[in-house]
Design a binder for this molecule. Structure first.
Ligand code: IMP
Ligand code: MG
Length: 180
């Protein structure tokens, strides 16, 4: 019943699983001998985080942060608000921020600056999707799953007005759903 709102499937469950596996292998190699803190930016990254962390073969801890920059629309407001902060101290630790999608860059440029002030040993960004055409603020990306065109996508954690997060694949939402 959710499929009726999807214009086109961009990444199937299998494509997502294969790419997540490759990224996890890269991370495992790059951080060999180190312990990392995976920070999931809620809510969009919860599915990616759950799959990614289980493919990483390193000692790691998990923490969550919640920010809001969107209302019910499909473009960033530019105003970023922390609605839930980390539970743990990150000073002296290797931080990997896990995001669902990098769009304008407003959310992540704000978030990464904030986390840098807490003196981690290192900080890197892992995003499942990247829409470079939409970038307003520059953001350095270390691990990126897929580069996508400027279209509004849902599924695998990504939402429109809090819905469609439970779709097992990533698809382009039909513009008529959001009045586009
Ligand atoms: P930015 O601040 O514009 O980079 O927006 C980042 C946030 O916007 C992401 O974490 C998502 O929550 C949301 N977002 C951006 N593009 C999409 C999309 O195509 N589908 C669903 N959410 C999106
Ligand atoms: Mg979101």
């Amino acid at each position: 019943m959710l499929e009726k709102d999807i214009q086109e499937v961009l990444f199937s469950q299998q494509q997502l699983a294969e790419r997540v596996d490759q990224i996890a292998q890269e991370i495992t190699r790059d951080y060999a001998g180190k312990e990392i803190v995976l920070i999931s930016v809620l809510r969009g990254s919860f599915v990616f985080m759950a799959d990614l962390c289980r493919r990483i073969d390193l000692p790691c801890t998990i923490d969550f942060m919640s920010v809001s920059s969107y209302g019910k629309g499909t473009s960033s407001s530019g105003q970023v608000q922390i609605t839930k902060d980390l539970s743990g101290d990150i000073s002296g630790k290797h931080i990997l921020v896990v995001e669902d999608i990098l769009d304008s860059g407003n959310t992540l440029s704000y978030l990464l600056k904030l986390l840098e002030q807490r003196a981690p040993a290192s900080i890197r960004l892992c995003t499942l999707l990247d829409k470079p055409e939409r970038r307003v603020k520059p953001v350095e990306v270390h691990y990126s799953g897929f580069t996508i065109p400027d279209a509004f996508v849902v599924g695998y954690g990504l939402d429109y007005a809090e819905h469609y997060r439970n779709l097992p694949y990533i698809g382009i939402l039909k513009p008529e759903v959001y009045g586009g």
